[in-house]
Design a protein around this ligand. Structure first.
Ligand SMILES: [Zn+2]
Length: 206
């Protein structure tokens, strides 16, 4: 197993390559300045992706910090998204109950955030899979990356069609998390497994 520092280095190196590519495309006039700013700003998300798979190892740094940090992050995210849509929640409650429901809506938002924090805190140690199983699968990385993109869309979006800027930020968040995740699999040497499986898939039709 590669250690924490190795995964951090792989994450930084991978993101540096991304930034170099975006800088080049910006200088030749293919991509806008916003893309460069986005590439610079998403380093923490790449690093999160690079460290995420080792949440499954009880003595790893990601697991030790994740046990405390993930519930707080999940609760804060639930609170931020709920507050963003609180007027819609209050309006829906008012329509259902036939009365002004500002207090009930506030209570619902607070309860949702609290329940998310408590649920994540209680389930985190219980649901920890064996090392190098679920959290080290490409499919898991894709699903988590999409969830991150969806969360960013909910945080920044509004009613109606998604704005171009929100779409760009959401896609960048998903893509950089996945990039970091792939750097972790490569550092662990798991890309050999995927290469072998891909080779077997291709040659099985010969
Ligand atoms: Zn690992």
């Amino acid at each position: 197993m590669s250690d924490f520092e190795t995964h951090l280095r792989w994450g930084i190196a991978t993101h540096s390559v991304l930034v170099a590519i975006v800088v080049t495309t910006y200088l030749v006039g293919v991509s806008p300045l916003g893309a460069l700013a986005l590439a610079m700003a998403t380093l923490p998300i790449t690093l999160a992706g690079a460290l995420f798979p080792d949440l499954d190892h009880p003595s790893s740094i990601p697991h030790r910090y994740g046990a405390h940090g993930c519930p707080v992050l999940a609760g804060a995210l639930a609170l931020a998204i709920s507050l963003r849509y609180q007027p819609a929640v209050i309006e829906t409650l008012g329509r259902v109950t036939g009365q002004p429901s500002a207090f009930l809506g506030g209570g619902l938002v607070a309860s949702l955030a609290w329940a998310t924090w408590l649920g994540t805190w209680r389930l985190f140690p219980i649901l920890r899979p064996s090392h190098r199983t679920v959290t080290h699968r490409l499919s898991t990385g894709i699903v988590v990356a999409l969830c991150i993109g969806a969360s960013v869309s909910l945080l920044l979006g509004a009613d109606g069609p998604i704005r171009t800027s929100v779409r760009a930020v959401s896609l960048a968040a998903s893509a950089t998390f996945l990039l970091g995740f792939l750097s972790h699999l490569s550092a662990d040497g798991l890309h050999h497994d995927y290469a072998t499986r891909l080779h077997a898939l291709v040659t099985s039709h010969d």
